[in-house]
Design a binder for this molecule. Structure first.
Ligand code: F2R
Ligand code: MG
Ligand code: MG
Length: 349
């Protein structure tokens, strides 16, 4: 489809859910041989193997809250979104949430709470979380707003409800920007795509708070930019080992160690790769490759899935995978509604 087509919207939200559901199998594993990944993915195609339904985790649970809030309120409403996060957690606490964020979600359910951003500010002795929980749920922001300034502002505020450290919320903004650009067809020119992300992050990371957080955490002066420069170097290489990707970009639970990695997975899998079946299309390649990196597989595959799905569209996603993953059909319906909201906004309606 063309820029911002319905197919791209559906691809983004559905592939994010698939990445989360299929990635759950390997979350936290140090080494994941590609053979195991392919076995797992093949079992989705084979009804006789009876994989059953793969459940979604916190990544999708929170992204559903974001999408539902944006749709119901026809825009960003921090009180409504915070209430939905708290309600979802209390209804289904066993979705594999991060150990820190649970405290925030409990506090957000208090009727006495006057500032919905305060619980997140109190995390980690006032330093805030740098986890990837803001980024893993950021895709719907890109699908709700046509204007890039709105995408950046709302992704940042939406992440700040749980992640007040700039290394947490800037990861969410980066993820939302990657989906936003991909929806416009920007991955047709990969060098320009990464260049654009670097330019945007250069501006965001010039902020005094971001520089302060980077200093305290002993990171590079502009940590996301530094990682994106590494992505740009690695994407030009025809061969690169999984070990090198992990050591250069990371595969962990911090936004800094996972959002640039997810972006790399998408860029690396724009072409067929020797290690992956020839029959695979771009979304399958991207998700399979993300899982083979090990570490925070559900979240890296979820974020890479959203960016790749926005590029290739819904037709690149196997129906057999959709049928195996809890929440994939719901995501498809939300994508249709977000597509309407996006186009109403772009017409000034
Ligand atoms: N948490 C998981 N998976 C592991 C365990 C699952 C569960 N216990 C089970 O066995 O079922 N996955 C999910 O968590 C990630 C998103 O986490 P989020 O929302 O960012 O949470 P949190 O708690 O804010 O941060 C995660 C951890 O990062 C470290 N951390 C963050 N900020 C820190 C800081 N300022 N100082 C020190 N450490 C900090 C902490 O270890 C946090 O617990 C996704 O992978 C999702 O799939
Ligand atoms: Mg998860
Ligand atoms: Mg995870």
């Amino acid at each position: 489809g063309g820029p911002a087509s319905l197919s791209r919207f559906r691809g983004a939200l559905v592939a994010a859910v698939l990445g989360d559901c299929v990635g759950g199998e390997f979350e936290g594993a140090q080494e994941v041989p590609m053979e195991r990944v392919l076995q797992h993915l093949n079992s989705l195609d084979d009804e006789t193997k009876g994989t059953g339904i793969l459940e979604y985790s916190d990544d999708t649970a929170m992204a559903r809250c974001v999408a539902q809030s944006l749709l119901t309120r026809a825009g960003f409403d921090d009180q409504d979104m915070a209430r939905r996060f708290a309600k979802e957690y209390s209804a289904s606490p066993g979705r594999g949430y991060g150990t820190g964020v649970i405290q925030v979600l409990k506090k957000l359910s208090s009727p006495q709470l006057s500032d919905v951003y305060q619980p997140a500010r109190d995390q980690f002795n006032g330093r805030g979380s740098f986890g990837n929980g803001g980024a893993m749920r950021a895709a719907p922001f890109a699908l709700a707003f046509p204007d890039i300034a709105d995408v950046k502002r709302c992704a940042r505020l939406g992440a700040k409800l749980t992640h007040s450290c700039s290394l947490g919320y800037n990861g969410a903004v980066l993820q939302a920007l990657a989906v936003h650009l991909s929806l416009q067809g920007a991955l047709d020119l990969p060098q320009q795509f990464i260049g654009r992300l670097i330019t945007e992050m250069e501006e965001l990371e010039a902020d005094e708070v971001a520089r302060h957080d980077a200093r305290i955490l002993k990171e590079a002066e502009k940590p996301f930019c530094e990682r994106l420069y590494r992505v740009r170097d690695l994407m030009d290489r025809s061969k690169i080992s999984v070990e090198e990707v992990i050591s250069e970009l990371g595969n962990g639970i911090a936004a800094l160690h996972s959002v640039p990695t997810a972006i790399f997975c998408v860029l690396h899998c724009l072409q067929p790769r020797e290690c992956l079946p020839e029959s695979y299309g771009g979304v399958e390649r991207t998700i399979a490759y993300s899982l083979a990196l090990g570490g925070d597989t559900d979240t890296i595959a979820c974020m890479a899935g959203a960016i790749a799905g926005a590029h290739y569209g819904i037709s690149a996603i196997p129906q057999t995978w959709i049928k195996c993953c809890e929440g994939a059909e719901d995501a498809d319906m939300s994508a249709e509604r977000l597509h309407m909201l996006y186009h109403q906004s772009s017409q000034g309606g």
